[in-house]
Write a protein that binds this ligand. Structure first.
Ligand SMILES: [Zn+2]
Length: 395
């Protein structure tokens, strides 16, 4: 196979803006500077209860459920199940542009990249510091509205869980433009929230996970976009969650076992059920992976769903695709301590079974070490572990 020059790839990508192509597969709407909507890879059949968050610009796309993203070639690889060269052909093939044009574009690209790299590294570090201040200003969980929220779901957090309650968290969604044309984040809600600290793959504070709460009911807040009437997720991540986790109990320096699952409520429910059964939990760590995609991390490729098909916006019947079982080991991973000799992966039953199974298989391969046992524990179909725990308590 002939090598394709970077200039020819650039030309191909210019001819095929990512957002235009994605818009042919699924219906997207504008939000701030991006297009958002269902992910053409994982969303057509709503594989996950958690609203898929697919964001795309002319250059890049990202999906929080697929835990994947990239340029237009990668999008075609994922949606159409093609390899790199197949995707290039699918997009009309690579053509060598004029060398002068090539040289000029290469210079422009270098300049742009240098600027955006510097700006985004700077932004990330400032945002991290900002989020750490928010975390520091949180109130202790005990006796707080957040503790009431957990109690309402039949669970409590053990000492050491990295959870706090914040009296007034802002909720940002999209962007606004003021009279001078300056764009800024659009704040549509403020109120109390349970805040969890995210530890990154390097062991440092990486961001926060926020569950917005209703002060009256101590349940999750209902957050509505004032312009569109759309109900927005009551949970949000700020900062970076990739390869990160939320510590929900246990001693990091001595524990030999790790129980890890998708959500805070899921993991705390499993902990509570083990405690009720009289298990000695002194050697256990309990972690939330924040979401299912982050539990398994990025896959090397998508695979066809065994049964599901869908009709895309062009009217074609397609086999549903989803992230496969093989982890991309070059991507960041949740840092399971070497001392851990037993890992239990918790699979909730309220997302598509194949989607969850593949995420757990990726996690199992990522966390595999000589002498370490890895097992999977499954919630009943259609339920997460918190649903099951609430039913069990109701007896
Ligand atoms: Zn997706």
């Amino acid at each position: 196979m002939a090598l394709i020059s970077e200039a020819a790839l650039d030309e191909l990508k210019r001819r095929n803006p990512c957002d235009e192509l994605a818009g042919k597969w699924v219906n997207l709407r504008r939000s701030g500077g991006k297009m958002v909507g269902p992910c053409p890879i994982c969303s057509p059949n709503q594989l996950s209860r958690n609203a898929a968050r697919f964001e795309v610009t002319a250059d890049r796309w990202v999906c929080a459920v697929c835990e994947d993203g990239g340029d237009v070639i990668r999008l075609v690889e994922r949606v159409e199940g093609k390899d790199f060269h197949g995707a290039v052909e699918w997009l009309g093939g690579a053509q060598e542009p004029d060398p002068e044009v090539t040289a000029r574009r290469a210079r422009e690209r270098e300049d742009r990249k240098a600027k955006t790299d510097a700006a985004s590294a700077d932004y990330r570090e400032k945002e991290r510091a900002r989020l750490h201040r928010i975390w520091e200003h949180g109130e202790p969980l005990t006796g707080s509205l957040a503790a009431d929220y957990l109690a309402g779901r039949g669970i409590e957090a053990p000492p050491g869980a990295r959870l706090r309650c914040h009296p007034e968290m802002f909720y940002f969604h999209g962007e606004t433009t003021d009279e001078t044309g300056r764009r800024s984040a659009r704040m549509i809600h403020k109120g109390p929230a349970m805040v969890a600290a995210i530890v990154g793959p390097d062991g440092r504070f990486a961001g926060i996970h926020i569950t917005y709460l209703d002060a009256g009911t101590a349940k999750k807040a209902v957050i509505i976009d004032p312009d569109t009437g759309e109900i927005l997720p009551a949970k949000k991540v700020r900062g970076s969650k990739r390869g990160g986790y939320i510590h929900l109990g246990g001693d990091l320096t001595t524990a030999k076992r790790l129980d890890i699952g998708e959500g805070i409520e899921t993991v705390l429910s499993v902990r509570q059920a083990l405690a009720r059964d009289g298990r000695d939990l002194s050697g256990h760590l309990f972690w939330s992976s924040i979401d299912l995609g982050n539990l398994g991390g990025k896959a090397t490729e998508t695979v066809p769903h065994p049964t599901l098909t869908w009709r895309n916006a062009l009217g074609h019947i397609r086999r549903q695709r989803l992230p496969g079982p093989v982890p991309d080991l070059d991507e960041p991973s949740i840092p399971v301590p070497d001392r851990i000799d037993e890992v239990t992966l918790l699979g909730d039953g309220d997302s598509d079974r194949e989607l969850t199974k593949n995420a757990l298989l990726r996690a199992a391969r990522r966390f595999r070490r000589p002498g370490r046992a890895i097992r999977m524990a499954w919630a009943d179909a259609g339920k997460d572990f918190n649903d099951m725990w609430i039913e069990e308590m109701a007896g």
